[in-house]
Structures are given as structure tokens and as C-alpha cells.
Design a binder for this molecule. Structure first.
Ligand code: BGC
Length: 541
């Protein structure tokens, strides 16, 4: 999934608050965050924004023509969508959802082999570890192999550096690879990457020490091994390999190819994000991943999980560890007992290859934001005459609307949405070009879907923050401040996503008694790949 870089001109005639929130997206990515923050400070808009992303709906006059021959007027449908998607966003309702999530945590902390998974990492890095490692990052849509240099706290050197990196796209054909075929595919890519001359010599060693960030659940059996658990995101690699040792599945084809590599560490990508962020800021205790998939890792007292969760852990580990890095697999929590479901959430779930497997992810991650908007578009075409009653090209196919497309519409500031219209027409043509009203509708729906996702994420973070706070014997009042490392295309780049989530989080934590701004969401760039290397260097320390 590729999200657009911010761009676009300014349309002075368009005065709705929703649209004005996207005016800041004018500059290239480098100074984008700076200019966004400056604009936010000037406008101080977020507190009011979080209560409604659509303060004013398009007038009946604008939509009248399009609806003449359809079941319901477009603005009537839009009002219903707004009501359904915004109704759950009051702080009291979000706090209630956080409470329901906390109720769901309790049994899973006692027993579950698919979520609340402890790792073998009990200490966080000091930030002084040094070395050069081969880091593998298997994400939902890319496999990356990089040489990563960790420099500790050396003056005048970046603490972490990617010396070189090769990126391989994971498309549908790769996702469809079954069992060992997928691991052969990985080994072939590792071979390509290490044949690059820059990778020839790591630390003068003959065998490259590798760390893996795995963006799927894994039941760790040691720092370097773990049993393969069910994979989401449309992957089929677990067919005939479920429960097998992930390290061996990767190393066997590497050995067949005589690759000079050794897999020293396996961590989930959320744990990798936490480790990499902790390498730079030792106060880090949480990490959020929100891209194609969704997850949160948290450093918890070992006693938060039942002792049965540490089955097979060596006695030495049990004696030494006071805390443990936990992969919560938060995507698997939620569902209708926590979050109100709309008919589009239900349609998405029913049509999913693994219904109910990751209900939280279905409402907030990059793989699903576009799909929810697509389902609403299809209904609007059929019942309210959107796009003149014609389904745009490909949009009748599931997952054909990319989060990058809706993000681009959200940041469009061109006059009368000319850029957005052109972009949409190029990706999803119709026999007549879309009108301003069509694209304006899609954009408003996208804003509502994304805003709901940001608020639900805040409820999820709040729930885990409460768990950690009580596990540490603290209260919200005494919990103090903390930074959360954030990684993934949606939380890093989707227009205003992180800011909206932060605003909801501020409301929820202060309502619980914490000091204002006690949690700050901070972007941890490239943290999965860095964290894969940090995990290896922690073993050596
Ligand atoms: C997976 C997690 C992963 C997350 C983010 C989820 O679908 O189950 O293991 O951490 O995506 O990549």
C-alpha cells in the first residue's frame, strides 16, 4: 500500500472545517510534519475537529440533480453514514469500549496461544549496543533485507543507520504461495540481497548474523525460534507448515542455497518497533504498528501473564526476568461486543476469507479502510445515484480501492477537486468523468471512516495503557508521561490520522485522571527493520 506524499494547491472558496484541515498538505514530505505542526498550533483546531469531521454536509441543492431517479437523496445517505460512524466517538463511549477491551484482555493473559504472546526479550536495549547485522522485515506488502549498523551513543554518528537495503514487493501471487514455497521465495530474495557487494562483509564475519521482524503472530520458543501461527493479510504460507519452527522454515532453503547466514533472532514487527524506539529512548514501553496490519507491543511486568504462558522458558530466564516484551496481537480483540458495527463492517467481515479473525484490524488498518469506503460507495451508487448510478471500474471487486487513493482525495486542495477527480478517473474510470459531488462524497466518507479508525485506535491504546498502569501498581494519576513509538503507513502518513488519534487519547487519559498529555504518539521511522537488528544486538550485550 502506497500512501501519497502531501501536495496540492489551495482552494480559497472551500470553507468547511473538514476541507480546511487538509490545507496544510502543501509541502514535500521532508518539511511536511513541521509545517503541519505549525499550522495546528496556529489554528488550534483539533479539539473541535475530533467532535465532528463533517460539521456541514453538502446542501440539498448541490445533490438534487444526481438523486432524482434513485431510492434516496445522497445527502440523506451521507447523514446516515455520518451518524453511524461518528456516534461512537464521544469520550464516554470510547472509554466504555476501552473498558470492554480490558475485560477481553483478562482471559487472554491467562491462556491463549494466539494473542498476549510473551517473547523471550525481557530487557530493553540500553542504547549503547553496537554492531552490524542483516535485518529481515516481512511485512504485509514488502519483504526487506537490509544491512543495519548500530552505533550506540557515539558522538557525531547516527545511532542507527541502514547501510543498504533491498526491497521486494509481496503481491497477491506471493501471498498465494503455500507452505514451504513462500520460504523458498524468501531465501531466493535473501540470496539476491546478499550477493550485492555492499553486503559482502559484515563485521568481517563469514556468516551474517540475521534478525527477523515478522509481521504475523509467532509463538516464541526461544529468542531465535518460534512456532508458526495462523497468518492474516491474505497469506497462505501456513498451509502444511502451521505450528512448525519458523527459524527452520527459513533456514532450510537458505542452507539449500549455501547462503552464509544464521538466524539469531525472531521478533514480531510490533516488538521490533518497541525495541528500536527503546534503543533511542529508554523510557519507551509501547509500540503501535498501523499499516496494512495492526498491532501493539508492550513491556509488562512478567506477573501480568499467567505462569502457564511461560511454558518451556528456562528457569534462568524465569529467575532473571521482571518484565517481558509482549506481542498483544491487539488486532484479534474487539468485535461486536466492543465496537458498534455498521452494515458495512458486517459485509466486510462476512466476505472475509477469515471472518472474525482480526476484528479490530478490520476497522482500522490500511488493508480495510479503502474496503469500507468501497462498500459504502457501492451502496451509494446503487441507492443514491453516486457516479450517475454506474459503479466505477474495478470497484465492484473487493479490496480494489486502495488506502493511498482515499488519502490522496483527503489532501486534495485543488480548485473544485480537479486533481482528485482526475486521480479517481485514472484509477477507477467511469463512462462519464466523476463530478465534484461524486468525489466530494467519497472524500467525506473517507474522512469519516478514517476518523472512526483513529478514535478506535485511541480506545485500544487507552485500554492497554490502563492494563500496564495497574500491572505496575500505578494509577492514572501516578503513571507519569510516556512516548509510544508508531510505525506503519497509516499512522505515519494518512492525513491527520495520528493527530486525531492523539487528541482522542488526550481526552481519554485525562478523563481517567492522568495529567494532560501523558501519552505522546511519536513516529518511529523504519523501526521494524531497525528493531530486527536491535533484537540481535541485545542478545550479544
Ligand atoms: C499481525 C501482527 C502484526 C500486525 C502489524 C497483524 O495482522 O497479526 O502480528 O504485528 O499485523 O504488521
Amino acid at each position: 500500500m502506497t500512501l501519497p506524499e502531501p501536495h496540492c494547491a489551495h482552494n480559497a472558496n472551500d470553507l468547511s472545517a473538514v476541507e480546511s484541515r487538509s490545507r496544510w498538505y502543501k509541502k514535500p514530505m521532508l518539511d511536511f510534519w513541521q509545517s503541519l505542526l505549525a499550522a495546528l498550533e496556529r489554528l488550534a483546531m483539533l479539539p473541535s475537529l475530533i467532535h465532528s469531521v463533517l460539521p456541514s454536509l453538502p446542501s440539498r441543492k448541490r445533490t438534487r440533480d444526481a438523486v432524482r431517479t434513485h431510492e434516496r437523496p445522497m445527502d440523506d445517505l451521507l447523514r446516515e453514514i455520518q451518524r453511524l460512524l461518528e456516534a461512537p466517538l464521544d469520550p464516554e463511549k470510547l472509554l466504555h469500549m476501552s473498558g470492554r477491551l480490558q475485560d477481553q484482555f483478562s482471559p487472554k493473559l491467562q491462556a491463549s496461544d494466539i494473542c498476549m504472546l510473551p517473547s523471550y526479550n525481557h530487557k530493553l536495549p540500553t542504547g549503547r549496543e553496537q554492531g552490524t547485522y542483516l535485518a529481515l522485515d516481512v511485512g504485509g506488502s514488502t519483504f526487506r533485507v537490509a544491512v543495519v549498523e548500530l552505533n550506540g551513543q557515539q558522538p557525531a554518528a547516527k545511532s542507527m543507520r541502514i547501510v543498504s537495503m533491498k526491497s521486494f514487493k509481496i503481491d497477491e501471487s506471493v501471498r498465494q504461495l503455500r507452505g514451504s514455497q513462500f520460504f523458498d521465495w524468501m531465501a531466493e530474495r535473501i540470496e539476491t540481497a546478499i550477493s550485492d557487494s555492499q553486503l559482502k562483509n559484515i563485521n568481517g564475519a563469514t556468516t551474517f548474523p540475521m534478525g527477523l521482524a515478522w509481521s504475523f503472530p509467532v509463538e516464541q520458543t526461544s529468542t531465535r525460534s518460534g512456532n508458526l501461527l495462523a497468518m492474516g493479510k491474505g497469506f497462505r504460507a501456513t498451509e502444511d507448515t502451521l505450528g512448525q519452527d519458523l527459524s527452520e522454515l527459513i533456514m532450510a532453503p537458505c542452507r539449500k542455497r549455501n547462503l552464509p547466514v544464521r538466524l539469531d533472532s525472531i521478533v514480531n514487527d510490533s516488538s521490533a518497533t518497541l525495541l528500536s524506539r527503546a534503543y533511542e529512548d529508554p523510557a519507551t514501553r509501547f509500540a503501535v504498528i498501523l499499516g496494512t496490519g495492526f498491532n501493539i507491543a508492550v513491556h509488562l511486568p512478567t506477573s501480568t501473564l499467567a505462569s502457564s504462558k511461560y511454558k518451556g522458558y528456562p528457569q534462568k530466564w524465569r529467575d532473571e526476568a521482571t518484565h517481558v516484551l509482549v506481542n498483544t496481537e491487539l488486532s484479534m480483540f474487539g468485535g461486536k461486543t466492543v465496537f458498534p458495527m455498521t452494515r458495512w463492517d458486517e459485509q466486510l467481515n462476512e466476505a472475509h476469507v477469515r471472518p472474525d479473525f482480526q476484528p479490530f484490524e478490520h476497522m482500522i488498518s490500511g488493508r480495510y479502510l479503502g474496503e469500507l469506503v468501497r462498500l459504502i460507495i457501492v451502496e451509494a451508487v446503487r441507492t443514491a445515484g453516486l457516479f450517475g448510478g454506474e459503479i466505477p471500474d474495478k470497484l465492484s471487486q473487493a479490496y480494489s480501492l486502495d488506502a493511498g487513493t482515499i488519502a490522496a482525495l483527503e489532501i486534495d486542495e485543488s480548485k473544485n477537486l480537479a486533481n482528485g477527480i482526475a486521480l479517481f478517473q485514472s484509477r477507477h474510470p467511469t463512462s462519464r468523468p466523476p463530478t465534484y459531488n461524486d468525489i466530494h462524497f467519497v472524500r467525506q466518507v473517507s474522512q469519516l471512516v478514517a476518523h472512526r479508525a483513529a478514535a478506535f485506535l485511541a480506545a485500544g491504546i487507552h485500554a492497554l495503557w490502563m492494563l500496564r498502569t495497574t500491572s505496575e501498581g500505578l494509577t492514572p494519576e501516578t503513571a507519569g508521561k510516556m512516548a509510544i513509538g508508531c510505525n506503519g503507513s497509516i499512522i505515519e502518513k494518512y492525513p491527520l490520522f495520528r493527530e486525531l488519534c492523539q487528541s482522542h487519547l488526550d481526552e481519554l487519559t485525562t478523563a481517567s485522571g492522568a495529567e494532560p498529555k501523558s501519552i505522546s504518539l511519536e513516529v518511529a521511522v523504519e523501526s521494524a527493520i531497525f528493531g530486527a537488528a536491535v533484537a540481535v544486538c541485545c542478545l550479544e550485550a
